[in-house]
Design a protein. Sequence first.
Lengths: 191, 383, 473
Amino acid sequence: MSRERSLCGKEEVIKAAMGIADREGMEALSARRIAKELGVSSMTIYNYVKNLNDVKKRVLIAGFDRLYSGVYQSLSALEPPVGRRTMCRTMALEVFRFAQANRSIFSFMFFDGRNLFHEDAEVRPFYAFMTRFVSRPRGHVAGWRPDDMPFNLLEIIITTMSYQCAEGVIKLTEQAFMDHVNFFIERCVDE
Amino acid sequence: MYETLKELEKVSSRRAAELIEARSGGVPLVEYFGRFIPEALIRACGAGVYPLAGGGELAPPDAAKDDMLGCMNPLARSIAGGVKLGTDRIAGKADVVVTAVTDIHMGRLSELLEFWGVNVCKVGVPSDWQNGIAFGYYLNSLRRMLETVSRLSGKAMDVELARKYIGETNRVNAAVRHIKELRKRANPPITFENYMRLQHLSFRLCDTGAAAEAIEGIGLELDGADGAYPENAPRLLLAGRAVAPGDYELLRLLDESGAAVVAEMLDEYIRVSDVDIQLDGDLVENFARSRYMDTVPIDSFQPSWDRRLEHMLELCGEYGCDGVVWYQLAYDEVYDMEYVCLSRSLAERGIPLLHLETNYSYTPESLALARKQIENFVGGLRR
Amino acid sequence: MPADVHRRFLKLLGWDGEELEAFLPEWLKTAEFLRLTEADVAFAVDEWLPTYWDMSMCGTRKFIAAVIREAAAMARAGDYINAGESVIYSMMPSAAVCVYANRIAGEGKVHIFYPYFIIATVWTSFFGRELDARLNGSGLDPACQHCALNCLRADSTIKGMIAPPTVIWNWGLQCDEAPKTDEMLKRLEEAGWKSVLTTIPHDAPLGMDESEDDGRVSYLAEEMRVAQSQVTGYTGVPVLDEHMSGAMREYLGYLRRVERLTDLVMNSDPVPMYGNDLTLFSLCMECAFDTGYGYINDALDTAIAEVEQRIREGRGVLPKGSPKLACHFSPLNVPWIDKIFRDNGVNLTLGRMFPPASQLIKCVKPGDAYRSAASMCLEAPNNVNMLDEVRMTCGQLNRYPVDGAIYGFFAFDRWIGALEKIMIREAEERTGIPHFYLEGDFWNGARFSLDDKLATIRGICSCLKISSLASGK
């Protein structure tokens, strides 16, 4: 009688899920599909994760890890000090590129997944990245609140346009996308 | 019996609507949770009362998952979720929600409701009940709560009315005791599901007089009724924190298993019927004494487990129980600890024990699993 | 030679020469008591301690040594009892002043220990032993997510690891589970251990400043007084006002040092000390050592001097400008968390988010020492209602320049962890500082893995580093 192989841990399930999401899209993600990928039964998957939403949440967080690692790499390659407009442009470009390279995961991160997890304590801080991490000079809330609005809008522009391009709803070159971003930044974001 | 309960359900549904209407006419509405809260005395302060009752449904516990820790017990999560989703039809309309803070699950639940803007009045119930100063704490906390209600109604507690309502509460207790006696019969005339429905309804009628009348009537009806279970069914005692209004499906599984649940030891959603409240003297103190000192201590009290085991064994003896079902709420850590002790004590005495755990996830799969567990246990008792 | 590895261990922690040889037999007994094998000790010396603790800091080594000395004293508890002396066991979190006053009053004849806390800390923090594998005997359902500290208590008692004390002083300042563990053990062991309980219901209105509420302070003070009289009934040693005052003085001396060290570390850029190390120094906020405050104060003074030196030299554990992430209780029992943040360029810091000594000193009023002790207990963020806790933690977050705050290591604790998810939203709203949540278990690293948390931690670190660039650091 053959015994089913055991997995190394939850991370193996998440890695397999990321692979499926990358190749086949988030829609393809199911316990059965992950199990097939790993050569185990669906029930085995549930020894490592609570449910499919648990997997999706981990995929979403892994997506943010990828996105923000890329953003940070690009920003840290710039000559300091980096002005706010430059930061915004760099981030916008990184988000756009990420969306094109990770269509399905990106859509999930900022749309379907956001609906599911935006109140989840572990996921919540990864949203509103422009206001949380860029607009705010270090210090107390009173110092950065008035700046919120342009950054909120910029984030919506960046994510929505990136999503629409990735999904083929609109067709924009990277340059055309950045032209839109620059148009907004030059009018609304102080250096 | 079924028809009578259905009729009472209708009355209780109307009652909620009447209370809401009375509120618009200036009668404050108090929603309350816990055996340590005196519905009779709150009513005597000029307010309407309604029990804060959640639990048993899957959706509400999940609704609070982003606000509350996942390992709070499902009863606390369910009440919170019910308020968040608006399925608790009173919470949003009550002038105040009174909670008895007996443990951290209830403490944090109360805070969460407050955070959401619900006006909460907490009654502190110290767990070290044998400490001389602890009773005074609970008593003072009760008095402060009643003052809060009086401020809302603009009326001081009407002592004569309070005496009347407490008298009615004692009548309810007597009627419950009568039905409990009937459950000692070789074949009890009431199923556990119906018995628990009756218990819950006795609160939801929101009127001790009406509750007394209803339960007395059912008692009379049951006097001449046939047994509700198959003949010679194994007899069970069910113990745990609470059987909630949404738990009926599980109770049905028990009733259909071929065994009869004839006795229970529960801490919430159940009448404290073993002891009456004295009608002379300070009624608030009498109530407090009856709940805090004169009855079997709840699980979180310290110490309590020796007395609770003793009581459980007394019940097993009185009701002729063949086995015990421990009804455990998932993540209810102190009850799980009591279970560890209980399992050893009962094993030493050769009393079979079933651990039945719920996370209020009554999916077909989880119910099938519970059915299997119950059937195996009952099958074992038959052998 | 078997003792070699033990010598290396003691040497690493600062023992030397005759002092080392004199302490070695005691340490060997302690290691046996702690069920530590030579392989365990070798692993600690060669891998665990150098990896997760800044062993280049003499202060850190001294503090670890102080904990080891306390463990050694605790291993002698049975001898104390046999010699006719009294032993009081207490539980975390407690009012350290009340417990310590018994030691002062006893003049060497009353010993105070927090055995489960010390064992858990030594095993997990210094020897890399996860608790899960050691809790099998507790009988508690693992799926119920009991506190590992209570499981350890049950398991170690059932296995006869801990000598029976004269009395156990239980504290129910936070959870219900810790005091009830005592009842469970009494039932299971029928050992007849004597115990007393100090507790207060969590019924304060949301937002109440509990340490300012006369009713709550008075009641808790009375609970403490009643418990003390019961403890005295068992030990035969009365605790007088002078003992309470003496305990308070020593406790405040310790707190002031912790505040000084925290101020130095938190106001420096670069950060001169690991997060784990800073947390370690606040270990005695809610407990007291039978070995007294001498060793730990010496360790603190040494650390303060070393940190001052590092600040003067501009030396830090990460480059200047690296983000600071304030941690609500750095999980020093799972020390890889601090390291993984550091490896990703972020200082996990602040430690225990207790109010500074200067804040607690305000609770000390002349007259009734129990009132002061009660007031101090109600000025500890984890003991009080959620919005009172928010008030206190925001005070901490506004006191120091930090880039973010992280919570979640009490995801098993139905009191501390229960409402953290909404509490951090509130604290973020009030301070503007980004708040993160990483679900974990402070005591028990076996309940979560690096693999599972790595993406979240890297994501948090990237966000904070982006934020640092944005603020021109």
